[in-house]
Design a protein around this ligand. Structure first.
Ligand SMILES: Cc1ncc(COP(=O)(O)O)c(C=O)c1O
Length: 368
């Protein structure tokens, strides 16, 4: 591999984030404390939801959200197989079974038409993933949920600030879950958050995050230690001030790549749905000609960092096979074989973007 000149991710850690963390360290309240509460209030306000519960990861946010809807053994949750494994695992942690519905190859998100076929008497919830920062088709998903009395838990891990029909994702279903892993559109180092407008879910989620305690040392649920620290919340508070700016930069970068790559017939650039704001957590292209792995090798050789999101549909993961968690989603399999994510983060310069364009054009000449 050549030396990577344009990296696939580059978390913004400037003086402001450092100062926030130093302030927290100096306060000596370094586990969950007032900064977490401040971050929750600010995040909820930004998303437009009544409540937010911060956690120590996006995975724990999903787990707690499912438990807050009382999902467990014998239940089924319909989701996409074309996602990070945390989506499926959070369902498995509760004792419920993930049931996979195929995706739409335009957006790579779950196809609402595929959801209806998967509903059984055990289905309790739908967990759409807003993959790459592009909102899933929430109107259709919500009306299926309403018709069959199902909870909707949004996996918005990759979609901070994405908008669907004027509504922020994470504020459309019953609960929304975000991740603040360092590669995400905003970070807290590790971290996650649940958003909801339902007071009952909110109260249970808060309890489950901290060992099921209704008051100090009085536990009426088996909960977890899923608390966020004030150190993390400090970074989150600093990033929350800049997230709109970060997202705009990602969108601007994506528009520049789209305009310059639209003539390259060997690839398909990201599709943009109407009435949505795609916040480009990833800028993912589909390889129409040539072999995807050759493209990756070529781009890396030219110094362009790449990612494969994701190479294996969840039901084909070794552990899912062992657990006999099955799926048959042909479009997800096609996507898994042919996608490549290119750098899109807000720190890219015009020179970086031009290097990406040049490398993609060259690959299309040499590999097809
Ligand atoms: C779609 C999706 N769901 C869930 C998660 C889990 O988030 P975390 O890594 O913060 O646990 C991630 C992040 O990696 C993700 O991309």
């Amino acid at each position: 591999m050549g030396k990577i000149k344009v990296s696939i991710a580059d978390p913004v850690i400037s003086d402001e984030e450092i100062e926030e963390v130093v302030k927290v360290l100096k306060s000596k309240i370094i586990a969950q404390g007032p900064k977490v509460e401040e971050f929750e209030k600010k995040f909820a306000k930004w998303i437009g939801s009544k409540y937010a519960v911060a956690t120590n990861s996006g995975t724990s946010a999903l787990h707690v959200a499912l438990l807050s809807c009382k999902i467990g053994k014998q239940d089924e949750v319909i989701t996409s197989p074309f996602t990070f494994i945390a989506t499926g695992n959070s369902i498995i942690y509760t004792g419920a079974k993930p049931v996979f519905a195929d995706i739409d190859l335009k957006t790579y998100n779950i196809d609402p038409k595929e959801i209806e076929h998967k509903i059984t008497e055990n289905t309790k919830a739908i967990m759409p993933v807003h993959l790459y920062g592009q909102p899933a088709k929430m109107d259709e998903i919500k009306s299926i949920g309403k018709k069959h009395d199902l909870f909707i838990i949004e996996d918005a891990a990759q979609a901070h600030g994405a908008i669907y029909n004027r509504e922020n994702v994470g504020n459309i279903g019953d609960m929304g879950c975000f991740s603040f892993y360092p590669t995400k559109n905003m970070t807290t180092s590790e971290g996650g958050i649940i958003t909801t407008n339902n007071e009952e879910f909110y109260n249970l989620a808060r309890k489950l995050r901290a060992h099921g305690a209704s008051e100090r040392y009085l536990h009426d649920e088996i909960g977890y230690n899923y608390r966020m620290t004030d150190i993390s919340a400090g970074i989150g508070i600093a990033h929350l001030k800049k997230i709109e700016e970060f997202n705009l930069k990602r969108i601007e970068n994506a528009n520049y790549l789209n305009n310059n790559l639209k003539e390259v017939s060997a690839i398909k650039t990201p599709y943009l749905q109407e009435n949505t704001t795609h916040v480009y957590h990833q800028y993912t292209i589909f390889i129409r000609q040539g072999h995807r792995d050759d493209w990756v090798e070529f781009l890396n050789e030219k110094g362009i960092g790449t990612g494969i999101h994701y190479p294996i549909p969840l039901y084909n993961q070794p552990i899912y096979k062992k657990l006999k968690i099955k799926g048959n989603c042909k479009k997800a399999e096609i996507a898994a074989e042919n996608v490549i994510s290119l750098p899109i983060h807000p720190s890219l310069t015009k020179k970086d973007l031009d290097l990406i364009i040049e490398a993609v054009k060259e690959a299309s000449e040499k590999l097809t």
